[in-house]
Design a protein around this ligand. Structure first.
Ligand SMILES: CC(C)(COP(=O)(O)OP(=O)(O)OC[C@H]1O[C@@H](n2cnc3c(N)ncnc32)[C@H](O)[C@@H]1OP(=O)(O)O)[C@@H](O)C(=O)NCCC(=O)NCCS
Length: 138
C-alpha cells in the first residue's frame, strides 16, 4: 500500500510532470536506487516535481568532459519540451568525488545556459535561481 505522503505527492504533482518523469525513467540504464534518482549512461540525475516545475537537484557525470553530461541534458530538455514541463535548478557546484574535478559556478552557468536556462528573476516566485521554460507546450 502506498504511503499517505506518496499519495499526496501523486495528487499534487501535475500530470505533465508525472509523464515527463516516466519518460525520463524509460531512458535509465542502471537499476533504480531511489525513485527520484535516475542513472543515464554515466550520469546521475536527481529530479523532483516541485509545484509548477521539475527541479534538477543533482547532475553528476563520472566521465567528465566526454560529452555525456551534454547528451543527458539534451535528452532532459527534449523530453521537457515534449511534455510542456518547465525545468529549474540552482547552479551550485557539488562536493568533489574522488577522481573528479570540481566544476565552478561559472562553468555551470555556461553549461546550463547552452540549453536555454536563464535567471529566474521572479518568473517563478519562490522558485530556483535558474529556469528553462518549455519551448513547445504539449
Ligand atoms: C557539470 C557536469 C555534470 C557536466 O557533465 P560532463 O559529462 O562533464 O559534461 P560535458 O562533457 O558534456 O561537458 C560540458 C561542459 O562541462 C564542463 N566540464 C567538462 N569537463 C569538466 C571537468 N573535467 N571539470 C569541470 N568541468 C568540466 C565544461 O564547461 C564543458 O564545456 P566545454 O565542452 O565547452 O569544455 C560534470 O562536469 C560534473 O559531474 N561536475 C561535478 C558535479 C557538479 O558540480 N554538478 C552540478 C550540480 S548543479
Amino acid at each position: 500500500m502506498q504511503s499517505f505522503r506518496q499519495f499526496l505527492t501523486e495528487v499534487t504533482t501535475p500530470s505533465s510532470s508525472r509523464a515527463f518523469l516516466r519518460a525520463v525513467r524509460s531512458h535509465t540504464t542502471k537499476p533504480i536506487v531511489h525513485p527520484s534518482i535516475f542513472q543515464i549512461k554515466n550520469v546521475t540525475v536527481s529530479l523532483g516535481a516541485i509545484g509548477e516545475y521539475v527541479g534538477i537537484m543533482v547532475l553528476r557525470s563520472s566521465t567528465q568532459g566526454q560529452g555525456e553530461g551534454t547528451q543527458v541534458m539534451r535528452l532532459l530538455c527534449d523530453l521537457a519540451d515534449e511534455h510542456g514541463v518547465t525545468l529549474g535548478l540552482d547552479p551550485v557546484p557539488l562536493k568533489r568525488h574522488p577522481g573528479q574535478q570540481r566544476t565552478t559556478t561559472t562553468q555551470l552557468k555556461t553549461f546550463y545556459g547552452r540549453f536555454g536556462f536563464v535567471r529566474n528573476r521572479g518568473i517563478l516566485p519562490d522558485g530556483p535561481s535558474f529556469i528553462r521554460l518549455a519551448q513547445r507546450v504539449a
